[in-house]
Structures are given as C-alpha cells and as structure tokens.
Design a protein around this ligand. Structure first.
Ligand code: PRP
Ligand code: ZN
Length: 346
C-alpha cells in the first residue's frame, strides 16, 4: 500500500508544501483564495467578514482513503446534503450552515490548529501522532467522540524469522515507521533503545530490503503483514475514526457545532439500536422483559381477541443476536421481528 505520505522528519515544512500544492490546484478551479497563504484566519476563502467568519462551521474530512466514504456518509445520515464532487477541496452543504474541506488526513490537524476548520473527522492514530510530535501546536485539538468506524491498530511487527520474545527484543534494533512520535513514546515507556527510520509509506517492505529489523504500522485486516512475511507482535494503540474539534471556537459556530454533534450522536445511537416486536404470553412477560437486550421499558399492548397474549415493542440499544431471539422463543414469545432504526431523537 503505497500512497505518497509526508515524511515525519520535515513534517511541518512538507505538510505546508503539500497542502499549498493541493489547494492551489483546487482553488484555481473554484476561483477561491488559498486559506493558508498568509494568515489562515484572515484569508478564509469563504469568509465575507474575515474577522468574524461567515457564520458557517468548517469541517475537515479525509479526501480519499479508509475514512473518506464513511465520514461523508455520516454527515449525509445526519441530514446534511453535500455537493458530491470529490476533486474539489470544498463542498458546501445546502441545507445546513456547514462547509466541508476534503483534504489529506495527515493535514487535518493543521486545518484545525490554524482555525481554517473548527471540526474534523480522522483516525485517532493520526491525531495522537501529531500531538506526540508537536504537543504545543496541537494542544487545542480535542477528541469529542469515537465514531465506531475505521477501526485499526498501530502495531509492532517483525519478520517471522525474528526471534521476538517481548518488546525488549527490539533493543539495539532498527524499526521502520510512519508513526515516529507514538513509537518513540512507547519505546521510552518500555525502556527500550532502538533506532527509528521514518518512512512515508510502504513500511512493510523495510525488513525485506534490510532497511529495518522490524516495523511499526497500522494493521486492519492483517493481510499486508501476512503477504510481507511479517508477524504482529505488540499493539501500541487501538484506533478508530474520531470527531475532533478546536477548543477555540467562537460562540456563533459553537451553536452550529452543538447541533451537528447532537445529530451525529443520534445517528450513532440509531445505528447501534434495533426495534424489536414480539407477541408474548402474559404469564411470561417478566421473563421476556429480562431477556430483551439493553431495553429499559418496553411498550406492552393488548392483542385483539387474545386474553392470554400481549404485543411487546422495545428499542434495544445493542445488537439482537439469534441466540437472544431463540431465548425469547423458549420463553413463549412468537412473531419476533427485529428491524433497524433510521432516526432517533429523545
Ligand atoms: C495501512 C498500513 C498497511 C495497511 C494495513 O496503509 O500502512 O499498509 O493499511 O491494512 P491491512 O491490515 O488491512 O492489510 P494504508 O492503506 O492506510 O496506506 P499507506 O500505507 O499508504 O498509508
Ligand atoms: Zn500501508
């Protein structure tokens, strides 16, 4: 997997260069001004009044890659319709005061730190790596909530021939990674001294080419490791997509942010909830209620023409497994129906 990635070493310099290039290209097309050309606060391309902004919240999302589709999908599920064109840096929501910046995930923290955007969606790993490297610069960025997609882990892996007993086996060895900040912190914590080679991508080929003895990289399915003869040894970090925000948001934007936050919460809750309907003998109602997963107070209704049976409807805030349905059935329930919930608001 080899996409061009900014070298961690000269990160700030290269990041600015890469961002400037992408923006220039896209801005030329849209006729907008580069937001980072001088002071990002005063040259926001969407601002009518650069000091107070244009009253629209700006969110930074990954342009392409593992989180991209799910991030856009989440906004759409939250009822925000976007112009679909992906080759543009900017999408405008036409039914919500929100503008979407589609950028490289590596650049998202910088968009927030410079206040070009106030919120963003990216991998926890990417945020934590930036904060490990540049603590002060990214101190105002805060993780708001985990979004439940884009799950992966940052792991140390070594060739199967490497006799790996514990992380101590890495003493005096060389490790290739795109996550120098997180790896350094981990090794420091474990008291291990190793050399770190920073690579942009294709980290998994480093041992084969004798660039390094081991690697530290993202693992999702594990296929990349297997196809490169590597074995996962230590998990440094479990990661997933998170919503992040800049703590210095002005009050006007804060209101929009809170609205979007409540919608995203509702979407996630609905995604994780099921509506369950069944008919239950009155006698075993208590037993059936006890089996219903994650549901506080089900609605119980009479069934016409049946003195002995009632209908039970409940929202279950967790998955309803086949085993649960079978247990309900064993307790006398029938006509059990489990359906997804599209929207949910308290
Ligand atoms: C990541 C990582 C591995 C791969 C792991 O790369 O660097 O190469 O995904 O996924 P798997 O366990 O499902 O095989 P990514 O696709 O993000 O591209 P990059 O290496 O260019 O950043
Ligand atoms: Zn990769």
């Amino acid at each position: 997997m080899t996409k061009t990635k900014t070298m961690t070493k000269n990160m700030t310099k290269n990041m600015t260069k890469t961002m400037a290039k992408t923006m220039a290209k896209n801005m030329a097309r849209t006729g907008a001004t580069n937001p980072l050309a001088t002071n990002p606060l005063s040259t926001n391309p969407l601002s009518t009044n650069p000091m107070s902004g244009d009253g629209r919240l700006k969110i930074a999302l990954q342009k392409s890659g593992r989180l991209s589709e799910m991030s856009v999908g989440l906004l759409e599920k939250a009822g925000i319709s976007l112009t679909k064109s992906r080759d543009q840096l900017l999408c405008r929501a036409h039914n919500f005061p929100l503008d979407v910046f589609l950028v490289r995930d590596d650049d998202i923290p910088a968009f927030l730190a410079t206040n070009v955007c106030q919120v963003g969606i990216l991998g926890q790993n990417a945020l934590l790596e930036k904060q490990a490297l540049f603590a002060e610069k990214y101190a105002a960025l805060e993780e708001v909530m985990a979004l439940g997609f884009g799950r992966c882990r940052l792991s140390i892996a070594a060739p199967t021939s490497f006799e790996y007993r514990s992380v101590d086996s890495l003493n005096g060895k060389t490790i290739a990674t795109s996550y120098r900040g997180l790896l350094e912190a981990y090794l420091r914590d474990k008291g291990v001294e190793a050399d770190i080679v920073t690579m942009e991508g294709a980290v998994e080929v480093a041992p084969r080419t004798h660039l390094a003895d081991a690697i530290c990289d993202l693992v999702s399915t594990g296929n990349t490791l297997i196809s490169n003869g590597l074995q996962e040894q230590d998990v440094i970090l479990q990661s997933q997509a998170v919503l992040i925000k800049n703590n210095n948001m002005d009050s006007e934007l804060q209101e929009i942010y809170e609205k979007i936050l409540s919608r995203i919460r509702a979407v996630l809750r609905a995604d994780n909830s099921r509506y369950i309907m069944l008919n239950s003998p009155i006698d075993s109602l208590d037993a059936i209620k006890a089996v219903l997963p994650g549901s506080a107070s089900p609605t119980v209704m009479p069934l016409q023409g049946r003195e002995d049976m009632v209908a039970v409807h409940a929202v279950c805030e967790e998955e309803v497994f086949w085993t649960t349905m079978e247990e309900l059935q064993r307790n006398g329930a029938n006509s059990i129906l489990v359906v997804p919930i599209e929207k949910m608001l308290d």
